[in-house]
Design a protein around this ligand. Structure first.
Ligand SMILES: *Cc1c(COP(=O)(O)O)cnc(C)c1O
Length: 375
């Protein structure tokens, strides 16, 4: 049975093979040798050998896929990207202690998510905008040489893929070359595992799993070891990175089932050829869709060419009175969840790793067809 293509921004489509395997293993999980253990994954103790084997393989596969160096810890947490907006300043704002003032952090505001991160961080530290493209309606990543970086800042926060506005950093800034000693913190929720990460430029990366890694409820944090142990005294223990790291993400019960599904997604990614192969596929998918938009006089995307996201493609019908008809026809054609975020309007196609090329081809065909029937 062919499932419809689901363009939801998150929770988002998961490879059918992963869901089928999870369904087959729901009641009785088989280990690597095929021996049934008598329990489903949801029913296992997180400290039992069965779940520990799932956990260890998941972590190792992720380290291999993302090429994460050994001096970085991989943490599986809860609370999503929004909780990390608080957890990061609670842990990192005092990296550079200043007895008179609160710790400082600089934010590059490129859309809704980095704006949210900034607003939350002001509760915990001296958070400031280093650069913003808000006056242009978030259509371009501000050039790093123009960023206003403060010497006292402990870290610089970027959202490297703005899920709502459809902007992506195609290169991470080299903060040292910009004269800053701050650590780089990236929110890579919506493009993690879609492309390689240059870890030499990153201190900490976080992301919710529900866009590109698996189900909601799991939050991935990758943090360089020397950044652990600087949490503010008010930081909850369950959110203290050092506490989480020293307990192998099991200070409290981790989201076991979400970790298991993410593990199946990692195995699927390895079968696809890994992150570099995914990146090529993602480039091809994004080009197909942006070309279709740019070559038409019916659809428009306002983001500068060099700042466009490969994962989330917002677009507008020039005649917005056709929006409802577009969405109804799309659903009939097996193309789901194309409505844009309410703060932006229009349409948005999220084309994460699990969206096959055929899904984008079908969407582009539908867009051309819809345009033709109306002109
Ligand atoms: C979805 C998303 C979040 C929020 O994740 P929650 O799990 O809802 O907290 C944060 N940042 C980015 C870039 C996102 O796409």
């Amino acid at each position: 049975m062919q499932r419809p293509y689901n363009f939801s921004a998150g929770p988002a489509t998961i490879p059918s093979e992963v869901l089928s395997q999870a369904a087959a293993e729901m009641l009785n999980w088989p280990d690597a040798t095929g021996r049934l253990c008598g329990m489903g994954v949801m029913e296992m103790s997180h400290r039992g050998k069965e779940f520990l084997s799932i956990y260890e393989k998941t972590e190792a596969d992720l380290r291999e896929l993302l090429n994460i160096p050994n001096q970085f810890k991989i943490l599986f947490m809860q609370g999503g990207g929004l909780a990390e907006n608080a957890i990061v300043p609670l842990n990192l704002s005092a990296l550079r202690p200043n007895p008179e003032t609160r710790g400082a952090a600089d934010f590059v505001v490129t859309g809704s998510w980095s704006k949210k991160s900034l607003d939350e961080a002001t509760k915990f530290c001296d958070a400031r905008v280093a650069a913003s493209d808000q006056i242009n309606g978030f259509t371009r990543i501000p050039e790093p040489s123009t960023w206003n970086l403060r010497e006292k800042a402990s870290y610089v926060h970027l959202c490297t893929n703005e899920t709502i506005n459809g902007l992506e950093f195609h290169q991470l800034p080299d903060l040292k070359a910009l004269g800053s000693a701050a650590e780089l913190v990236i929110d890579f929720s919506s493009h993690v595992a879609s492309r390689p990460v240059d870890w030499s430029r990153v201190g900490l990366a976080f992301g919710g799993a529900q866009k590109n890694l698996g189900p909601a409820g799991l939050t991935l944090v990758v943090v360089r070891e020397d950044l652990l142990g600087h949490a503010l005294p008010i930081c909850p223990s369950a959110f203290d990175y050092q506490m989480v790291a020293s307990n192998q993400s099991m200070y409290n019960t981790p989201p076991t089932y979400a970790i298991y599904i993410a593990g199946l997604v990692f195995q699927w990614l390895k079968r696809q050829g890994g992150v570099l192969a995914m990146e090529q596929q993602n480039i091809a998918k994004a080009k197909l869709l942006y070309d279709a938009i740019d070559q038409s006089s019916f659809y428009v995307n306002k983001v500068a060419l060099d700042s466009r996201s490969r994962m989330n493609v917002p677009f507008f019908l020039r005649d917005e009175s056709r929006n409802e008809a577009f969405l109804t026809g799309a659903k009939e054609a097996g193309l789901l969840q194309l409505k844009g975020h309410k703060s932006v309007g229009g349409m948005r196609a999220s084309i994460y790793n699990a969206m096959p090329l055929e899904g984008v081809q079908t969407l582009v065909q539908y867009m051309r067809e819809f345009e033709r029937t109306l002109s």
